[in-house]
Write a protein that binds this ligand. Structure first.
Ligand SMILES: Cc1ncc(COP(=O)(O)O)c(C=O)c1O
Length: 387
């Protein structure tokens, strides 16, 4: 009988965790950030509405994304609302989107009394299935929302050419990416009619809350500006929030490399594991990893449910959770339409798990820990799958 000193025993059964939960602490307050916080205290800038840090962040984003218009806002959720308003999405308009997406995107469309038209996802990379866009469009279609999720990237060039033919606008949701993500030589977020970013508390770059709307189209930018202006700004990002983002942009490339190294090692190692298949990313494209998505197959783990699997991995110190619910599975049929069945999104609702980004900063050694934990769970799957 195994004892608690048995290195093979899963932590959930009394064994020692593979790694400590400290490996996944977030956010990281490194020296540069600590210095920025002290500067804020000394100068009193932490209490200001607007100042040099806001201007610096706006300039930085305009230059990174090579876009002329930039509005910093209070969240990615607000940024999506503003993007839809900037495109004049109105009651009765159709907005195409993936059936597997962030819930607030769906709610934003519904709040404008427009109708989300849900499209299935692609099995290999878990992203919106681009080849299904044209069939979902009607004369009422105004726009398509394209979200890059869990370490995958939608082929935006392809989306743009389809959207141009259909004469609809493209909104690109880059809330799960930083400016390190690129497609060929283009920074992801710079090709759509409007793009949105998030600086929420768990994001790759965080100010607790925050976001941005980016566009090259002056008409969209003007409408957004007007909507935000209520004699006072309705959804601003503060000077203090902008200040803490600067040093994080400075360390972004290095952290991106660490995450990429870990993901590459996980993708290589996962080829030996039938039950856990990481999302792929297209050739010549470099995603970023707010989360890394996987398809989880409980059959390969003696019927261990996805929730049991996540609980057992978390006990090992590996921060993994279930993915989003599919939108058609949690919303009333009155709220959306779809032109065909959504079998892959149905599977996503039951089978996607996501590994959170702070763990990926452990680079290749973290990937080794990941597989140590996975091997333990595989060997003890029968007992771990007991209700
Ligand atoms: C894909 C996607 N879109 C939008 C958002 C909304 O961002 P925020 O939390 O800043 O409102 C999130 C947040 O996790 C997201 O993952």
């Amino acid at each position: 009988m195994a004892t608690s000193n048995d290195p093979d025993l899963p932590a959930l059964l009394g064994g020692t965790p593979v790694c400590s939960s400290e490996t996944s602490e977030w956010p990281i307050c490194d020296e540069a950030l600590q210095q920025r916080f002290s500067e804020l205290i000394k100068s009193g800038d932490w209490g200001r509405y607007h100042g040099e840090y806001v201007t610096e962040l706006e300039d930085r984003l305009r230059s990174l994304y090579q876009l002329t218009n930039m509005q910093l806002v209070s969240s990615g959720t607000v940024a999506m609302e503003l993007a839809l308003r900037g495109l004049r999405v109105a009651p009765g308009d159709h907005v195409l989107m993936s059936a597997y997406d962030f819930k607030a995107n769906f709610v934003n469309v519904v709040q404008l009394e427009a109708i989300p038209i849900l499209i299935d996802i692609d099995e290999a990379d878990g992203q919106l299935d681009v080849e299904k866009i044209a069939a979902a469009a009607t004369d009422n279609t105004k726009a398509i929302i394209v979200s890059h999720l869990h370490g995958g990237l939608v082929d935006l060039s392809r989306v743009r050419s389809i959207a141009e033919e259909l004469e609809i606008a493209v909104i690109e949701d880059c809330c799960q990416l930083s400016s390190c993500a690129c497609d060929g030589s283009t920074v992801v977020g710079s090709q759509a009619d409007v793009s949105i970013l998030s600086f929420g508390g768990s994001k790759l770059l965080t100010s607790g809350r925050g976001g941005a709307v980016l566009t090259n189209r002056d008409d969209i930018a003007q409408r957004i500006k007007t909507y935000c202006q209520r004699g006072n700004l309705a959804y601003p990002l503060s000077e203090m929030q902008a200040a803490v983002l600067g040093p994080q942009y400075d360390s972004l490339s290095q952290r991106h490399r660490q995450r990429q190294e870990c993901v590459d090692a996980i993708r290589r190692g996962a080829t030996k594991h039938q039950g856990l298949k990481p999302f792929s990313c297209r050739e010549n494209a470099v995603a970023d990893y707010y989360k890394l998505g996987f398809w989880y197959d409980s059959q390969q783990f003696e019927g261990m449910s996805r929730e049991q699997f996540c609980e057992a991995m978390k006990a090992e110190g590996i921060p993994i959770d279930v993915g989003f619910p599919a939108l058609h599975r949690i919303h009333s049929k009155r709220r959306f339409q779809c032109v065909e069945e959504l079998p892959v999104a149905d599977r996503a609702h039951e089978q996607i798990v996501v590994l959170h980004h702070p763990f990926l900063l452990g680079a290749a050694p973290a990937a080794q820990q990941f597989f140590l934990a996975l091997d333990k769970l595989t060997r003890h799957a029968r007992i771990l799958s007991q209700p």
